[in-house]
Design a protein. Sequence first.
Length: 228
Amino acid sequence: MKKLEEKLKNPVWYSLNEAHNKFLIEYDGVQFYKPEINNFGAFFDSSKTKKALNEYSKISEKFFLVSENQIPIIDNEKIILEKKINGCQMILENLIEVEITEEITLLTNENIDEVYDLIWLVMPGFYQKRGFEMGKFFGIFKDNKLVAISGQRMQTNDFIEVSSVVTHPNYIRRGFEKQLISYTTKEILKEKKLPILHTNKGNKAIPLYEKLGYKLTRDMNWWLFRRK
């Protein structure tokens, strides 16, 4: 059995081997999520990524490979590297108590469209509607509409990732994201798993995550590809 530290070095891979195995598509040792769920992939052997990316590109126009430090090999005649996102991984070091003043609701299938619309409003591009199936989503409602959410994305038997933390532009600077991250973190701890998250290097939200008890641990790079 792999230790937690090994799983954290390749979170997409181990999520697809454990909690999210039902979403797995594999091409000769390179693993991907089903594209209607998520467009992430992972690998250990970069010599296998060329063929695998060609295959996955037949069912997904844009997609990521996620790696701590390896560089994927691609077929330049069929695949284009759109950009490399220099990311980082954070894990909960110590829980910092936050006062929850808002009513936070566990979202259900009835909220799928609202979640999708809000994420695409704030962070357009890559969230799939069935990404709602990856974990629990929590929300804050104001004026009878969903205005802030946090969700769970990658997960194994040992950790769960906090993700999809967004607030409608008309409702920012009210502390919603801080409360949602704290609430989601506690829900993960109730399952006796380690809360983690990923973000871009230099993200202005990193100090907030640190105030909530998270610490930077490693690089986690996101290679965004698209088919020609």
